[in-house]
Design a protein around this ligand. Structure first.
Ligand SMILES: [Fe+2]
Length: 221
């Protein structure tokens, strides 16, 4: 019997509050699909789902900042049986269909598996969705192309962010492609290797150095 080896397809939609990315991902074998962060106007996404016969089963939430969940109710209205997947102790209630996950738990989308990585720092319910097979990671506001998320809001913690970035995300296969929560960089996605090579945020030798880079960024905003 042949091994099932379909890959994950990814389509991004840009808009929302501030160049947000909402991703539609689906398994080629089964056509099961999921949304990563319902952050952009959903009509176009609904049309794409329907015209491509995608069976939407899950919504993955990188963190509960408003801009990342602002269209959640439109999706739950249209797909009442959908499962909402987020960190197991989110700051905001995500409704009756919510299922909480902790670090290293697995979510399946068809024949594709995503590992939950708990990555606090930008916010304390931040998680990333990582597929080792597809070499992709959805990083929300923890890592963008060219810089990290900010730590200036309540429940941010710069030491946690350093740990999440340097001891978790940057330790993954360097060919992994980062899919961030906002289009803040020179390209929409980037490999971990290129992000380290091209950004002072990701090439620090210590936490102190990282804090200096972040301070400098905030001063120059
Ligand atoms: Fe955020």
């Amino acid at each position: 019997m042949p091994l099932i080896s379909g890959i994950m397809k990814v389509k991004s939609f840009k808009g929302g509050f501030d160049k947000n990315f909402c991703y539609l991902i689906w398994c080629e074998d089964t056509m099961e699909g999921a949304i990563v962060d319902p952050s952009t106007e959903p009509l176009e996404i609904f049309e794409f789902i329907e015209s491509n016969n995608i069976i939407l089963s899950k919504i993955l939430i990188t963190h509960t900042h408003h801009d990342h969940i602002c269209y959640l109710s439109d999706f739950t209205y249209k797909y009442p049986n959908i499962t909402i997947c987020g960190y197991n102790s989110t700051r905001k209630s995500l409704g009756n269909n919510f299922l909480g996950f902790k670090n290293n738990d697995i979510i399946s989308i068809g024949t594709n598996m995503f590992t939950i990585l708990y990555t606090p720092g930008h916010y304390d319910d931040s998680i990333c969705f990582w597929s080792i097979k597809n070499r992709i990671i959805f990083t929300g506001d923890t890592v963008f192309v060219g810089r990290s998320g900010r730590t200036v809001n309540p429940y941010s913690n710069i030491s946690d962010l350093y740990n999440s970035i340097y001891n978790i995300i940057l330790k993954l296969d360097k060919n992994t492609i980062i899919h961030p929560g906002h289009d803040y960089g020179s390209s929409s996605t980037i490999s971990i290797f290129e992000n380290i090579k091209s950004s002072s945020f990701f090439s620090c030798n210590s936490k102190e150095e990282f804090i200096d880079v972040m301070d400098e960024f905030e001063k120059n905003r």
